[in-house]
Write a protein that binds this ligand. Structure first.
Ligand SMILES: *Cc1c(COP(=O)(O)O)cnc(C)c1O
Length: 434
């Protein structure tokens, strides 16, 4: 019997259902490979954050959806109506949010290597906040803000020196990062002092992002203590009072049944308790708190459906089930060896004795979704298979490798479905070629 990582996946009479809808029916209607997204699950995940924020943090505190996890126009009205902000890391993401009429004052622009074009367009569109990574960028923002006669709100990105996976109190390895300025080396202090001298820079506070797919108990707590301690130190040294601290993204999600499930609402409560206590001890006012969840907003709201093309049994070796997608629509196993739950779309109530690697159609041996999936006996060409928890870092990481067409994205809500990104065609692909 198959096991499901999330409760929006069910088996009914042996058939796979997602968000209350028959996966087989959706595959027939829209074709494969196909990305499915569960709107109610996205909204639910947003509310976990917004409700916890309203309960625990000072007014003005807000979670920002990390666009890079899943970026297309239809995501933004959902994020907006759930009262979240959005963080973007490129003009592509920014202009997608803009095209979807997302309020620009709720956008936070990130990135460790912003171009002059990024900065000028961000200022022209009046993005609410820029998270500044380095001195070069800071001077360009000051210059461009001066031309426009404005002061641009910014946060400075710092590296607090916390390793989310090793539990070391200070892992200097994480000071060694392409992102942000290190607190430990004094560079964060230097950059803060520069920012305070620039007349068109409106420094609100500091940002950090310690990692992704974080399960360790107190990563955000430790980051908060380091950040708030830095705030108190800057206040003592320069008089600057921090108004805002952004703790970045990163709570983990369940890809396979053996992954723990994180109770994000109570985790945020615990982070808030540490923030209250630390601010009191340091004698500083509690700043506005930001967080930037990506994966934990959209991952379990997604599923990818494929059609099996070939079943290859190599006696004495391995079995392969090859389908019509692969690393072009989901590069995460090829990139990081990521785990996924993959399921047959029919016969889920039967034993699943046939163990095979689920592989894609790209000309690359590493093109695999998962090495050891349990399939029903007799799985064959034309059968459907699904990968669960593909809402984050799948569509947004997809490519046209081998000139494969990007799959369509279909949003599911209340028993209805709608295309939110149509399937690419040869015409789309050729449209850029001269
Ligand atoms: C990737 C990233 C996020 C989102 O991380 P998740 O693990 O998807 O929640 C948020 N903020 C920054 C700066 C990031 O780089």
């Amino acid at each position: 019997m198959a096991k499901f990582p999330c409760n929006n996946i069910e088996e009914r009479d042996g058939d796979l259902y997602f968000a209350g809808q028959s996966v087989e029916k959706l595959a027939k209607q829209y074709g494969t490979p196909l990305y499915l997204m569960d709107e109610d699950r996205i909204r639910h995940n947003c509310r976990v954050y917004t409700e916890a924020f309203a309960k625990h943090f000072v007014k003005g505190s807000r979670p920002y959806f990390a666009s890079k996890a899943c970026c297309f126009k239809a995501i933004y009205p959902i994020i907006e109506s759930e009262d979240m902000g959005a963080d973007v890391v490129s003009l592509g993401e920014l202009l997608t949010a803009k095209a979807a009429h997302f309020p620009m004052e709720r956008v936070c622009f990130h990135g460790n290597s912003k171009t002059d074009e990024d900065i000028t367009i961000a200022l022209d569109l009046a993005v609410g906040c820029i998270v500044v990574d380095n001195a070069e960028e800071l001077y360009v923002i000051d210059r461009e803000a001066k031309k426009r006669g404005i002061k641009q709100k910014i946060l400075l990105r710092l590296t607090p020196g916390i390793d989310p996976h090793t539990y070391a109190a200070v892992a200097t390895g994480l000071v060694d990062s392409k992102f942000g300025s290190a607190i430990e080396t004094g560079q964060a202090e230097e950059l803060t002092k520069v920012a305070l001298t620039l007349p068109h820079i409106d420094l609100h506070g500091f940002h950090c992002h310690v990692g992704s797919q974080v399960f360790a108990e107190d990563v955000f707590e430790r980051a908060a203590v380091v950040m708030l301690t830095f705030c108190a130190e800057m206040q003592k040294k320069t008089g600057f009072v921090t108004r805002e601290v952004d703790l970045g993204g990163g709570y983990g999600v369940r890809y396979v049944e053996s992954d723990p499930s994180v109770d994000i609402a109570s985790r945020i409560g615990e982070v808030a308790a540490v923030i209250h206590k630390t601010c009191k001890e340091l004698g500083i006012a509690e700043p506005i708190i930001g967080m930037e969840p990506g994966r934990s907003i959209v991952a379990d709201a997604g599923m990818t459906v494929y059609t099996v093309q070939t079943v290859k049994k190599i006696p004495g070796y391995k079995n392969y089930v090859a389908m019509d997608g692969g690393m072009a629509d989901n590069p995460r196993f090829a990139l990081y060896g990521s785990k996924y739950t993959c399921l047959p779309v029919k016969n889920l109530d039967k034993p699943l004795p046939f163990i095979a690697a689920l592989v894609g159609r790209c000309c690359e041996s590493g093109d695999m979704i998962q090495p050891d999936i349990a399939f029903p006996e007799g799985i064959k060409r034309g059968d459907l298979v699904a990968t669960c928890t593909t809402g984050a870092y799948n569509f947004s990481m997809s490519s046209n490798y081998n000139r494969l067409y990007r799959p369509a994205v279909v949003m599911l809500k209340d028993g209805a479905s709608r295309i939110v990104v149509r399937r690419q065609t040869a015409e789309d692909l050729l449209s850029l070629d001269e």
